[in-house]
Design a protein around this ligand. Structure first.
Ligand code: PHE
Length: 504
C-alpha cells in the first residue's frame, strides 16, 4: 500500500493502544499540526486510524495574572507585610503596610477586598489585624497555587471554583479548543504489517509532468474540503463602508449624483445659508467643533449679501428677519461640519458645479462631526446620508415616497414620520424605524422642504426637498445591534464586523 509521506509517518507514530493527540504527534514528527490533522482525517477516511474529538478548555494567564505570579497576589503581599509588622499581635496602620507591601494604585483595593474575603484578617478604622484562624493557610493559598498550575500546565480541570474566581478577577482567560487524538484501527495495524510505503504525492500538474508522461503514474494529493480548518480572519471591508457603498449604489440607481466638499467649512455654508440664526444653540461652542484656522476668504460676495439680508430682514414683502446679531466674521469662521447640508448649499447655490436647472437629484454619504455626549446611539462623528431633489413642484408625498423607495432596498418597510422643526425647512419631518431586536422606534433621519428664506438667496426658484439620514442608524435597523460603539472605535464587536455580510 502506498500513502503520502505525512500519512505514513503518522501511521508509524500512532499506536493501537494509546491515544496520541495531534499536538503530541506534530511534536514527535516535527510537523505542522495542521498537516497532521489533515493526514489524520485522510487516514480516518481510509479506515486506518480513528480520530477522537474532544472539546477542551485552554486556560492562560492574563498580563495581570503573570504580573501577580511574579510579584505575589496583592492580598498575600499585604498579609506578609502585616505579619512582618506584628499585626498578629497588635493592629498595624494600613498606610504603613501598603507602603511595605509596595501596593500601588488599584492594587490597594484589590489587596484589601481579597484580604477580607479570604479571612486573612480584619480591617478596622484604618488598621489591620491578622486573624488567628484564616479561612485557609496563607502559605497554601489556592488562588496562588492555581496561578502556578495554569502557568505550568496550561490546562486545568474547568469545574474548579478557584478558576472561576481567578477568571472573575481577570487573572486568567479561558477558551475552548478542539483536541483531536489518533489511534490505529485494526485495519491500520494490518496494513502496517503488510507493509505501507511512501508515495510521492504531487499537488499540481506541471508542464514537465505532462510532457514526460509521469502524470499517469504519480499520486495526486487529495483535498479534503470537509475537514475542519483553522479560522483565518483576513482583512475585509468594514460593514459601515460596505453599507455606505451600497447606499451610494441605491441612490445612483434612483438617479442621484454624488456631491463632494470639505469636512472643515465656513459657518456660512454650514449654517448661515440654512437660515440658522447666529445665536442658535447649535452654533455655540457647546455643539460645534470650531477650528483654530484662518477664516474662509473665498465666499461669493453677492451670496453673502443676500444671506445676510435674509437673516436681517427676511425674504419677500411679508418677510421678517431674526432681529438677532449677524456678523460676517462668524460666517467666515471655520468649523468641522455638523451636517453635510453644507454640501447641499454649495451645490444649490451654483458654487460647486455651476447653476443647476431642475430637475436635479444629488446626494452624499459622508462624515459629520458633533460635540455630542457619547452614549449607545451618539458618537462625536457619524456618517450622514445627505440628499436633495430639485423640481418645479414638490410635496410631502414626494418626500415620503422617496424614503419609502430608498429604505425598501434595505428591507425596511415600516417607516414612521413625525412633524418636526428645522429653521431651514417647512414642513419638516423626522423619520423613525423599528429596531428589529427591541421593537423600539429609533430616529433615523430628518428631512423637509427648504424654505424661501433658504432658496431665494441661493437663487433657486423651484422646490427643493432634502434630508439627512444617519448611516449608523440604518445599520442598526439592518443588523439589530443596539450600540453604535459595536461598529465604531475600540469597543467594537469584532464578531459582528468579521461575520456580518452586506447582502444585495
Ligand atoms: N441637516 C439636518 C440634520 O443634520 C438634516 C436635514 C437636511 C434636514 C436637509 C432637512 C433638510 O439633522
Amino acid at each position: 500500500m502506498n500513502v503520502p509521506e505525512t500519512q505514513l509517518a503518522l501511521l508509524e507514530a500512532a499506536s493501537a493502544t494509546d491515544e496520541k493527540t495531534v499536538a503530541q504527534l506534530a511534536d514527535e514528527l516535527g510537523e505542522d499540526p495542521a498537516a497532521i490533522t489533515r493526514a489524520a482525517f485522510e487516514l480516518e477516511e481510509a479506515g486506518l486510524v480513528a480520530v477522537d474529538e474532544r472539546v477542551a478548555e485552554d486556560v492562560t494567564l492574563t498580563e495581570e495574572g503573570r504580573r501577580y505570579r511574579e510579584s505575589g497576589l496583592p492580598e498575600l503581599r499585604l498579609r506578609a507585610a502585616a505579619l512582618d509588622a506584628g499585626a498578629d499581635e497588635d493592629p498595624v496602620e494600613m498606610g504603613q503596610l501598603i507602603g511595605e507591601a509596595e501596593l500601588d494604585g488599584p492594587e490597594v483595593d484589590i489587596a484589601l477586598s481579597n484580604f477580607a474575603r479570604k479571612g486573612y484578617g480584619s480591617i478596622d478604622g484604618g488598621t489591620v489585624t491578622l486573624s488567628a484562624e484564616p479561612r485557609h493557610d496563607p502559605d497554601a493559598d489556592p488562588e496562588r497555587g492555581a496561578l502556578d498550575a495554569v502557568a505550568d500546565e496550561g490546562a486545568v480541570s474547568p469545574a474548579d471554583g478557584v478558576l472561576d474566581r481567578l477568571e472573575s478577577r481577570g487573572l486568567i482567560e479561558r477558551a475552548e479548543t478542539t483536541v483531536r487524538s489518533v489511534t490505529l484501527t485494526d485495519d491500520g495495524v494490518t496494513a502496517l504489517m503488510e507493509g505501507v510505503e511512501a508515495a510521492e504525492t504531487v499537488s499540481a500538474v506541471t508542464p514537465e509532468l505532462l510532457t514526460s508522461g509521469e502524470w499517469e503514474s504519480v499520486e495526486f494529493t487529495e483535498y479534503n474540503v470537509e475537514a475542519e480548518a483553522e479560522t483565518v480572519n483576513g482583512g475585509k471591508e468594514h460593514i459601515l463602508r460596505q453599507t455606505a457603498n451600497r447606499v451610494k449604489d441605491v441612490l445612483v440607481g434612483m438617479g442621484f449624483q454624488e456631491m463632494e466638499g470639505p469636512h472643515a467649512d465656513a459657518d456660512f455654508w454650514i449654517n448661515d445659508c440654512l437660515f440658522m440664526p447666529q445665536d442658535h444653540p447649535a452654533r455655540t461652542h457647546w455643539d460645534r467643533f470650531a477650528l483654530d484656522v484662518p477664516p474662509m476668504e473665498e465666499l461669493p460676495a453677492d451670496l453673502v449679501e443676500r444671506v445676510e439680508s435674509a437673516h436681517r430682514d427676511g425674504v419677500g414683502s411679508e418677510g421678517d428677519g431674526y432681529h438677532s446679531p449677524w456678523s460676517e466674521d462668524f460666517a467666515r469662521a471655520v468649523a468641522l461640519r455638523g451636517h453635510t447640508t453644507s454640501l447641499s448649499m454649495r451645490y444649490l447655490s451654483g458654487h460647486a458645479v455651476g447653476e443647476l436647472e431642475p430637475p436635479q437629484r444629488y446626494f452624499s454619504v459622508e462624515k459629520v462631526y458633533r460635540n455630542d455626549t457619547l452614549d449607545p446611539t451618539h458618537l462625536l462623528e457619524f456618517f450622514q446620508i445627505e440628499g436633495w431633489v430639485m423640481a418645479e413642484e414638490l410635496s410631502v408625498r414626494d418626500l415620503m415616497g422617496t424614503f419609502t423607495e430608498f429604505y425598501e432596498q434595505f428591507g425596511i418597510t415600516d417607516l414612521e414620520f413625525k412633524p418636526h422643526y428645522n429653521p431651514y425647512t417647512e414642513p419638516s419631518f423626522e423619520l423613525f424605524g423599528k429596531h428589529p431586536e427591541t421593537d423600539e422606534l429609533i430616529e433615523i433621519g430628518n428631512s423637509g422642504i427648504f424654505r424661501e428664506e433658504v432658496l431665494s438667496p441661493l437663487g433657486v426658484d423651484c422646490d427643493v426637498m432634502a434630508w439627512g439620514l444617519a448611516l449608523e442608524r440604518l445599520l442598526m435597523l439592518m443588523y439589530g445591534f443596539e450600540d453604535i460603539r459595536d461598529v465604531h472605535g475600540t469597543l467594537c464587536d469584532l464578531d459582528l464586523l468579521r461575520n456580518v455580510e452586506v447582502v444585495y
